[in-house]
Ligand binder design. Structure first.
Ligand code: SAH
Ligand code: SF4
Length: 410
């Protein structure tokens, strides 16, 4: 049964909407420290000699305490706070919808104000709580230029790249809603220890291809991993790519987070069909880029994602080919049961087939966890994210529910 809870009341919703960014005021979120200092000086709010100190002060409020309003920055003078308020915004995106799955997974539909002449955009972000950790699945684009044939997001055209601010705002807004800035009001505003955090990990596995929005993703992830701010270890941040080969090396050198590759096939003929970017960057080039990924080691393995599609890529021969292809690369293979959506032409492999596949890969020395589908009842699983304009009609939702009951979804 589909459980769809709208968490907040009308009053709650209107309070959140009031906090939503006003389009005409530029946001201070997503700027590097240097840019933040320069912005304050250029606005004539802060003299040059104070710029670094003020930028540092703001940084602390924005990313350690996570306050969503200048008025809460109590060690900054009233005059400066109102000058900041007048010129800039640090508000969160509007939360159009918040859903909670029966398994505790949460999904938000966030709305961002227009950029320039554009229209407001909506994207989805998913929080997956697990024993000992919580992972936030962040979107990098509205829609996607790529058209992987098993992915629902791939049926939606690219609307635009998200800005660094919008990428970070997903983390800040999720932490707000989860109560994950508990030290917001304490006098010393201590950094939350990594173990105590609700969001302990982030994965760039939401909507979009992060390496086609390189600069903004880089900026956002460098801020998310800044040790004096949000302070997420780069070992706890994973960037997933369908295989934008020229940017993989750069991602390793300039961002330095963990890498995941959406592999899904072990030969070019099949990968051309499933992940069409393969026609541009075939397997040989992709695997070579993986071997050259900076910092690659047993402690920093690459995750290879492999969606299990019935009678398409799930044979014993496929498992053997997979092991052969990855030989010598420190790797973990993540088997993802296919998540169905109405109109998709695939079925998920049978559970026994997935287990046999996993056992074989395991026997060859690779960790091969089967990704437990999470949040299926709220369409929060991999490849099911879409924006509001493209959300499912009720009839489609019912069709999907019937598919899941019939067991196609594993
Ligand atoms: N665009 C990036 C990141 C987002 S997709 C990428 O492709 O890597 C995150 C993962 O979900 C990818 O491995 C993607 O191939 C997979 N995925 C997409 N649709 C899916 C579906 N319907 N069922 C299971 N996994 C899916
Ligand atoms: Fe885009 Fe990734 Fe979906 Fe492919 S799998 S269409 S790259 S979001």
């Amino acid at each position: 049964m589909i459980l769809s809870l709208d968490l907040h009341s009308a009053a709650d919703r209107s309070a959140l909407a009031k906090r939503a960014a006003t389009p005409e005021k530029p946001s201070l979120i997503g700027l590097s420290r240097v840019e933040l200092a320069e912005t304050l000086v250029a606005a004539g709010i802060v003299p040059e000699r104070q710029a670094r100190m003020r930028a540092q002060q703001l940084w602390h409020w924005l990313y350690v305490r996570g306050v969503p309003a200048f008025s809460e920055m109590f060690n900054i003078s009233k005059e400066l706070r109102s000058a900041l308020e007048e010129r800039f915004s640090i508000s969160r995106p509007e939360i159009v919808e918040e859903q909670v799955s029966s398994d505790g997974t949460r999904k938000w539909l966030f709305r961002f104000p227009p950029r320039g002449a554009g229209r407001p955009v909506e994207i989805e972000t998913v929080y997956i709580p697990e024993e000992g950790r919580g992972t936030l699945c962040i979107s990098s684009q509205v829609g996607c230029t790529l058209t992987c044939s098993f992915c629902h997001t791939g049926t939606q055209k690219l609307v635009r790249n998200l800005t660094a601010e919008e990428i970070l705002a997903q983390l800040l807004a999720a932490r707000d809603r989860l109560g994950d800035f508990p030290d917001r009001d304490t006098p010393d505003g201590a950094i939350v220890p990594a173990e105590g955090r609700k969001v302990s990990n982030i994965v760039m596995m939401g909507m979009g291809e992060p390496l086609y929005n390189f600069e903004n993703v880089k900026k956002a992830l460098l801020i998310a991993s800044d040790g004096d701010g949000l302070s997420l270890s780069k070992r706890r941040i994973t960037l997933s790519t369908s295989g934008v080969v020229p940017e993989i090396l750069r991602a390793g050198e300039e961002i330095g987070v963990m890498l995941a590759i959406s592999l899904h096939a072990t030969n070019d003929d099949l990968r051309d069909l499933l992940v069409p970017i393969n026609r541009k960057y075939p397997l040989k080039e992709l695997i070579a880029a993986c071997r050259a990924y900076p910092g690659l080691s047993n402690a920093r393995r690459i995750t290879f994602e492999y969606v299990m599609l019935k009678d398409v890529n799930d044979s014993f021969a496929d498992a053997k080919a997979l092991v052969r292809l990855l030989r010598g690369i420190p790797a973990k293979i993540n088997l993802i049961p296919f998540n169905p959506w109405p109109g998709s032409n695939y079925q998920c492999s049978d559970w026994e087939t997935i287990e046999r596949f996993a056992d074989f890969i395991n026997g060859a020395g690779y960790a091969s966890p089967i990704r437990t589908p999470r949040g299926r009842d709220i369409l929060a699983a991999c490849g099911q994210l879409k924006s509001e304009s493209e959300r499912m009609k009720k009839t489609d939702r019912l069709a999907l529910e019937a598919m899941m009951i019939a067991g196609h979804g594993a």
